[in-house]
Design a protein around this ligand. Sequence first.
Ligand code: ADP
Length: 625
Amino acid sequence: MGQITQRKRDYVYRALPYSIAALLAVGLSRFPFHAIEYFTYDARMSLAPDPSTSGHIQLVTWDRESLTSLKGKPRVTDYTHLIQQILKVPIRALVLALPASEDVKGSANPFDRLEGTWQERVTLADTLRLVPNLFIVFDPLNVPLPGESAKLRLPAPFDDLRVMSGPISRDLKNFAGDNVARRALIRDEYHLVLQPTVAQLINPVSDPKDYRGAFEFRGSLQVFVPYRSRGAYPKLSAATLLSSSDQAESLKDKIVVVGDDSQTDTADYIKTPHSRDILALPLVEAHANIIDTFILNNGIRKLPYGIDVAATLLLSLLVAHVVFALRPLQGVIILAATVLSFSLLAYALFVLFGLWMNMAHPLLAAFACYYLFIPYRLILEYRKRWEYQQKNKLLTQVEELKTNFLGMMSHDLKTPLARIKGMAEVVLRNRETLSSEQTEALSQIERSTDELNEFISSVLCLGRVESKEIKLQLQTRDVNSLLDEVLRKYKYLALEKNIEIRTELEPLFSIRMDIDLMRQVFANLIENAIKYSPEGSSILVSTEEVDGRILVQVADQGIGIPRDEIEHIFMKFYRSRQTKNSSIKGSGLGLYLAKYFVELHQGRIMVESVHQQGSTFSVQLPLDV
Ligand code: ADP
């Protein structure tokens, strides 16, 4: 029952982040985040190469040079001369973008801003009447009120000339609200505005709704313009055109857009995705960009909302997965790679196909999920670590209890054991009164108590090792003499098995060491060599000085150690599989203690062994500890 609830809880813990990620994704997708979205939109547009132009448009501008040669702003007569020059070649259309003004709203008459007499105005009106396909832009900075564009009319003497609304819409309050021009109007409530009307001369489109990327906005039809950076269109200075009529050739068959680029009034300029400078792009160029969007029909198409939500959902779920299922570094790398690939995909779609994929939602959701889930994961990890710590604590306590218990028990066993051995010795002293079987039994008791005693000593020693009680009692001694002493002790054991122990002891300097501990180390190695060797084999004990260290080696021709067990034999209580089932006795503590003691002396203990052929144990000791 408890297990089922635990599993259920685990399941909920694992499913929770994914559900939160999904909710967050759907929730975030409902808000537009215009500032971020248009930031990425502008970045994509400025990083993308400019789309090529249709080649149908030629600009004629009143630039600084023109103003210098006219000694001031162009007057009515200058316009008349300019138009006469333009009319020297056949042109497709003339778009007249007279100086704009932010102050004048609604029914502004653009000709009012030109200086000139009534008679001069009449002459200009007469000249304009000769232009085929004349389009006069009415108030480019204001989008006409619904139904108003049909009523636009200029005052006399221009009242019979066609004037049209040709707005350059900027994001004033709607969309990004940053005064940057990104969209263009196709149609107000009922009528096509100027730029698509001009474009229809070259590329007629029967239903304006068919324009690529066309979308409805508050009763009007609009499109996002792939604005080019400044200077994308051929530009002729009005001054040049006025001074020589040869220049008019370049206007042949073109849609000629006349306007101001004298950098004297910011109202003649707009900000674009490419630049936020107040003189970023002259209105003439903006008109050219918009007209070209309709000629080329390459408005930017927004991908459907469903794709936006799907991408947001996908990225959020991925973040949830990355944060919870992967290692932190791996997670960060995968996340960075995903965000980068997503951005590249959005960029590629924009550049290659003019498709606008929302980036704000997916990226925001990814970051929000990441920052939300990281602390959540930390909490979970902290909990897990706390559980491990508790478990560890418990294990250490159990281990301590076990060692203490072993220690206490061994200690208590020592006295009765000594007594048993003593009694056996006492009885053995009167051998004559005993039968041979009784003598043998008593000798067995003596040997067994010796073995048990040795085991108990090892366990007690282990207790001291584990409680870090052992401190080195350093004395100066020759290693060879210590080995001789140990070898003497094991001489009889070797004789019993008819094992020959050879020695090759090089003369050595005496070194400082804990004699008792090192005696125990050598005794263990020599005893093992005898224990694990067959009768009649031989053992070689050698010493030498190598690279400023003393090397003691004990080599036998015994049963050897299987390769997969070599790394374990220095572990506490480890006994090889082959010895566990044999009659060879042992505690599995000897080598563990030997290693510990040698390392206390800053030395090393190593083994080389071939199964069934023999082993060589080496002890390296430094000359001074
Ligand atoms: P034990 O009391 O079992 O001898 P040790 O810690 O001294 O415990 O040795 C651990 C194990 O290493 C032994 O059980 C044995 O399997 C193996 N071993 C040690 N020395 C030798 C040797 N000279 N030849 C073969 N195996 C050995």
